[in-house]
Design a protein around this ligand. Structure first.
Ligand code: AMP
Ligand code: GLY
Length: 424
């Protein structure tokens, strides 16, 4: 098969790496890709939002299967554009990707179908939001409705901060049109868990659990980022919690989408908080997580192409998803200054140290070739270093050893990825 992957981050590198292991994959393309993906795929200089060009490319190259990794094209309707031309594509249609694309939609869905989540109100008028705050309890959580690179959530401790937040989101449009509407919700406390799943419209099969580290600095300090590292599985996600989530959250979400005439095919990423009142949904994403894909896919035993095809064909019930007993830890190497401002273009040294290393991978996020064959930094999150181990402690030790194999100017990473497991 000829397979096209759409995206350019560490997630797409992990997908390309996994797809390349399938005997069905004869040729892989990636648009636009990056310097690491180029090892497995021919990178094509077409942006992920250039649907017409992507469709034309898929037709010209007779692509058999397209896998979309990123949220923006999915929410923008890339799957509909491919399907309209009779092309086979993996991911939710626009009317289902709204599960991630609009927080107001997803909150209303959860309320309607009794799926546990934080209490909330939706606003499309800043004055109404400001007057709601007068009687609210603090801390409180403000969320821009639309996509905001994982940064559109503000946790406000005081009425003043919250009023300022409403103005930033709805009046100053800090997150662009994502802030045309907003959700204000109850602040929850507990451990966060990510559960990714494959969905074929009616059947859902969950993957191994993971735990993200969203804040930029050690000890969960600093700003929210796309994710600074994670580990899988998380010991806090017990079989009892899983049974509860399968029954009251996962299948009900898939059924709710089908009942709404928006059958979901693709990956649903459940962002959960394990509260004292039980697990609750923090957010849905309509795609693999980044860097969740970098710890979950190395543990998946199945042929990824088989699973993806079963999702498209509605035969996921016939697939047994299997994961190794090993643990995985991914440490993100970022450019110092991320997520605010940072320099790019520094040569990356030591990538060859990962060649042929068992159970240890370097996934590229923001990298590119400089035109002379040298790989240089080209983004905030530069690399994801993933290592496996017999248990989480071993995987963590291996990952932090592997972090030293590679270097670039302004290399920055958190030193406490997976530290939470010491409390398990
Ligand atoms: P989201 O993009 O909705 O996952 O939010 C980003 C991060 O904000 C989450 O991973 C949580 O750490 C935090 N967060 C979101 N909603 C809440 C909430 N209701 N209570 C506490 N923290 C939250
Ligand atoms: N790591 C969180 C996300 O991909 O949204």
């Amino acid at each position: 098969m000829k397979i096209l992957i759409v995206g350019s981050g560490g997630r797409e590198h992990a997908i390309a790496w996994k797809v390349a292991q399938s005997p069905k994959a004869e040729k892989i393309y990636c648009a636009p890709g990056n310097a690491g993906i180029a090892e497995y795929a021919e990178c094509v200089d077409i942006g992920a939002m250039e649907f017409e060009k992507l469709v034309a490319f898929a037709k010209e190259k007779e692509i058999d299967l397209t896998i979309v990794g990123m949220d923006d094209p999915l929410v923008g309707g890339i799957v509909d554009a491919f399907e309209a031309e009779g092309l086979r594509v993996f991911g939710p249609r626009k009317n289902a990707a709204i599960l991630e694309g609009s927080k107001a939609f997803s909150k209303d869905l959860m309320k309607k179908y009794g799926i546990p989540t934080a209490a909330y109100e939706t606003f499309d008028d800043p004055e109404a939001a400001l007057s709601y705050l007068e009687t609210a309890r603090f801390p409180i959580v403000l969320k821009a409705d639309g996509l905001a690179l994982g940064k559109g959530v503000l946790i406000c401790n005081t009425p003043e901060e919250a009023r300022d937040g409403v103005r930033q989101i709805m009046q100053d449009k800090k997150f662009g049109c994502a802030g045309n509407q907003m959700v204000i919700e109850e602040f929850m406390t507990g451990r966060e868990v990510s559960v990714l799943s494959f969905v074929d419209g009616k059947t859902i099969k969950t993957m191994a659990s993971a735990q993200d580290h969203k804040r930029a600095k050690d000890g969960d300090q600093g700003l929210n980022t796309g994710g600074m590292g994670n580990f899988s599985p998380t010991p806090f996600y017990t079989p009892e919690i899983d049974a509860f989530c399968q029954k009251y959250i996962f299948q009900p979400t898939v059924d709710a989408m089908a009942s709404e005439g928006r059958p979901f095919k693709g990956v649903i990423f459940f962002g959960l908080m394990l509260t004292a009142d039980g697990p609750k949904v923090l957010e849905y994403n309509a795609r693999f997580g980044d860097p969740e894909a970098q710890v979950v896919l190395p543990r998946m035993k199945n042929d990824m192409v088989d699973v993806v095809e079963a999702c498209i064909d509605g035969t996921l019930d016939q697939i047994d998803l299997e994961f190794t007993d090993e643990a995985a830890v991914c440490v993100v190497l970022a450019s110092d200054g991320y997520p605010v401002s940072y320099e790019k273009g520094f040569p990356i040294r030591g990538l060859e140290n990962f060649k042929g290393k068992e159970g240890c991978y370097v996934f590229h996020a923001g990298t590119k070739f400089d035109g002379q064959g040298q790989i240089v930094t080209n983004g905030g999150r530069v690399l994801g270093v993933t290592a496996l181990g017999a248990d989480l402690k071993e995987a963590r030790a291996n990952a932090y050893k592997a972090v030293e194999l590679v270097d670039f100017d302004n290399k920055y990473f958190r030193h406490d990825i997976g530290k939470a497991i010491d409390e398990a």
